[in-house]
Design a protein around this ligand. Structure first.
Ligand code: NAD
Ligand code: DAU
Length: 370
């Protein structure tokens, strides 16, 4: 593997994957293909942008001619596909954009890879199409233990009896997860129909530096800093399984190199939290790091109208990945959240650049009157 396109490399997870690959594999040429939507930000990659094994290309994954041209120009061996519309709330307001980018964009990449790789004397030999997907395709799990219970599967309490396995039936509820589910099916169809060497992974909620502040953790850190209300959907009882983003990037590295073709791997943190509990941890951490008294900003918690179709609980069982490839999360949540809050407070300029301009309009349209 020498020439690798990483799509969505200017986004949150993609920037961590690009950084890891560029630094760890100087012999690879990493081509970051990103359209730079509102979520793409080249300042996420300042520390590696001048490296000789890195190229940025501003392009849309839906543009077949451009993608095929890049495959040919760089003689691409592998694609790690992260580009997507990724925010559930936006998908509820504008599902078409999600179908276009997540479904048609993925199909465009697959077709361009097929045309190029099938034109080579060795065909698909040594090639790889790795699609990054989400646990949300599996739907929602029940909260059978609302107070939490201990379990051997997790370092933390779990809130139900069931977990998502690689064999769990797809049951997406939001336009976002429906579009991701559709794209996963196309990837598998290209393996089954044309023999393309594909891999799909489904990961739980990521947190860490460089996440766009439309997502729970960075949005709340920024609001606490500015003492703005914290809009908690419903009763704050929904459960998510949180993974530090660098651990996701590590998993992608291992799976890209050692994962078995045509397999699916679940990636998760073994780390379930109720939203309201995680919010309290974030408030305490921000207060302490800003020199405020711990918990003094609890009064910012504001319960608002629930998200439509809000999935109750996600919980990943990533035992297959652990047993087959030896991957496990490296960071305990307490350490990860401390690092994360510290990063956002230390990088206020990054946050201020994003939250000036269009962001206020987004905030108004998403939260006013909620
Ligand atoms: P993000 O929204 O932060 O970044 C998405 C990136 O894709 C941006 O840089 C954007 O400019 C780019 N992009 C969007 N449309 C494009 C197009 N048409 N052409 C080219 N580039 C385009 O997303 P993220 O949170 O980093 O998620 C990355 C991937 O991981 C997505 O596929 C998402 O479904 C998946 N995922 C995310 C999480 C999570 O917790 N964030 C968890 C599991 C899986
Ligand atoms: O599970 C993986 C998924 O995690 C990824 O596929 C998605 O791309 C990513 O956005 C994330 O989806 P969620 O919807 O779980 O993440 P979000 O940060 O939007 O919300 C986390 C939880 O917090 C969810 O239960 C909704 C709630 N929430 C969110 C926001 C933005 C609030 O209560 N208030 C808010 O303002």
């Amino acid at each position: 593997m020498k020439n690798i396109i990483i799509t969505g490399g200017a986004g949150f997870i993609g920037s961590h994957v690009v950084r890891l690959f560029v630094n760890k594999y100087p012999e690879y040429h990493i081509i970051n293909l990103d359209k730079l939507t509102y979520a793409g930000n080249l300042s996420n990659l300042k520390d590696i942008e001048d490296k000789s094994n890195y190229t940025f290309v501003k392009a849309d994954i839906c543009d077949f001619d451009v993608v095929l041209g890049l495959m040919r120009e760089y003689d691409v061996d592998g694609i790690i596909h992260l580009a997507a519309e990724s925010h559930v709330d936006r998908s509820i307001k504008d599902p078409f954009t999600f179908a276009r980018t997540n479904v048609m964009g993925t199909l465009t990449l697959l077709q361009a890879a097929k045309v190029y790789w099938e034109s080579l004397p060795g065909g698909y030999e040594g090639k790889r199409f790795y699609h990054i997907s989400t646990d949300e395709v599996y739907g929602a799990l029940e909260l059978t233990h609302p107070e939490g219970r201990t379990s051997e599967i997790s370092a933390h309490e779990v809130y139900g009896d069931e977990f998502f396995l690689e064999t769990t039936k797809y049951n997406p509820h939001s336009p976002y997860s429906a579009s991701k589910a559709s794209s996963d099916h196309f990837v598998r169809a290209f393996h089954d129909t044309y023999g393309m060497p594909t891999i799909v992974t489904n990961c739980s909620n990521n947190y860490g530096p460089y996440q766009f502040p439309e997502k729970l953790i960075p949005l709340f850190i920024n609001n606490i800093r500015h003492r703005r209300p914290l809009p908690v959907y419903g009763k704050g009882e929904n459960v998510r399984d949180w993974l530090y983003v660098v651990d996701h990037a590590r998993a992608i590295d291992v799976i890209f190199h050692k994962g078995r073709i045509a397999e699916t791997y679940n990636i998760g943190g073994f780390n379930e939290w109720k939203n309201i509990d995680i919010i309290k941890v974030v408030i305490n951490t921000v207060d302490r790091l800003l020199g405020r008294s711990e918990g003094e900003d609890m009064n910012l918690i504001t319960y608002v109208t629930d998200r439509k179709g809000h999935d109750m609980r996600y919980a990943i069982d990533s035992t297959k990945l652990k047993n087959e490839l030896g991957w496990e999360p490296s960071l305990q949540f307490e350490e990860g959240i401390e690092k994360t809050v510290r990063w956002y407070l230390d990088n206020q300029e990054w946050m201020d650049n994003i939250t000036s301009g269009e962001y206020e309009k987004y905030y108004e349209s998403m939260y006013a009157g909620r």
